[in-house]
Design a protein. Sequence first.
Length: 540
Amino acid sequence: MSKWMKVMVLGWVALLALSGCSSGSKNAAGNEDEPEVMRFSVTLPSNGVDNPNSMVGQEWHKRMEAYMGKKVEIEYNYIPSSEYDEKVKLMIASDDLTDFFVTPLFYDTTEMAKQGQLLELVQYKDLMPNYMNYISKVKNGMKRVTDAEGKMYTFKETSTPRFPEDRGMLIQNTSAYRYDVLKSNNIEIPETLDEFYEAAKKLKALYPDKYPVATKWNSLRSLFSANHIRDEIFWDGEKYVYGVLDEGYKDALQFANKLYSEKLLDPEYTIDTDDTLKRKALNGDNFMWLTQWFTTPAEYTRTANDGKIFAVSLYPDNPKYGKAWQEVVNANTPDLGWGAYGVSSKVKNPEELIKFIDYQYSDEMIRLITWGIEGTTYTLGKDGVPTFVDSLKTAKDPWLEGDKYGMRASRNYNPGLQMVNDARAFVDFAATDYTVFGGKYEEVPIEKSGFLTSLPMPENEYVPSWLSEPSIQLTGDESQRISEIMNPVKTFVTEEQAKFVAGKNSFDNWQAFTDKIHKMGNIDEVLQIYNAAAQRAMSN
């Protein structure tokens, strides 16, 4: 072989060796010829369960690897639900975010977007066909997920219909009562605030060392709803107003002060947690709750398992304002839930992660996350609609039984990225609630209550004005200006509200209170911003 030919052969061999090295991928340890791996980190709230390793959690991971065509490694940062909002706000402030995270509840992400912390998502819309398809089914869907410049900085939780389009009212907050105690003492479940007050006084006479009344989330929202206002800016049916400046807000605080001053309202209502509320309920320290999550009283009943019955009912009316507005949510058409999900702008593989996230909104993943595994947790009827297996539906506590499998419809589990669900599952799976509607006591899941499922929607006297508010879009500057004005005002109002209720501030000083609100911030400017945005939305 000539010298020239030897050089050509050696060069060809070297080229093959180099190409062989470049064709093999490396894992984190640097090993060659191993399959490519998708890696990302997430921050999620948790109820103390092992979501990734539940049966459904493992199946979700398996299917996502099949969909992505590669191994997927997720670094989970789970935070207890009770601590989640506070700790994630600290992560935001320190700019120490995981690739994907659930934002704090009702958190304004405007400043995060302005600071460049969030990935802008519209630029990837071609990579998220499932999400865009769902948004197209939601009334004013794109307006509700984008800002005034058409930019999108978060994914939204989905909420599929539970009821037909024209009837069936879902309420997710209620008032609640120790039904067995009231019944044994011939006390009717209150339908008005005056009746609520009289019932509380009778219970105080029977149990003088107890505080008959408590409330969840430190909230007086049932009193505000009875007076047809909110303690924030809200749509009154015609325009945006600030409820704190309405007469109904003062009336609500005066009623709460009456309960407090007569030792009917638990003085710890501003600091009670879910755990302390539950302990007090089971110990018989409280008997009436101004506000409760709609399924919590039934959980108390099942936990006690000793004859105590915790029943839910509508918020009581204030006849001065008419029927109390209820905490109604849209369960009749495709909608968006409360949750919002951000992607860090620092993510190394945005296109790949967007594709991964988008698949959560596919029919396959929605069914898996919510219903579990076909043949194990649910079956399909002849109409193709899922239904849970009898061993789950007939269990004494279906939610607890469902926790063995770990699907979303069970009590504590929320597998996957916690973004999606099929609301029909909650109706099919619903455990027994203890309800008093229209003066009638029933043991029936609240979603199957004849009283609620027969109500026309959206036109009935319980539906609040804000359920039909326009889908406004605020610019970044508008959102920032609102935050600048309202953040200190909200802090002040929260502090003063507690003082008025506890009698530490006299209602004789009410005018001074409202005057200070105006001096702290230009409320009129905020309302002008909101109402201008409403005009833009309605003109479009």
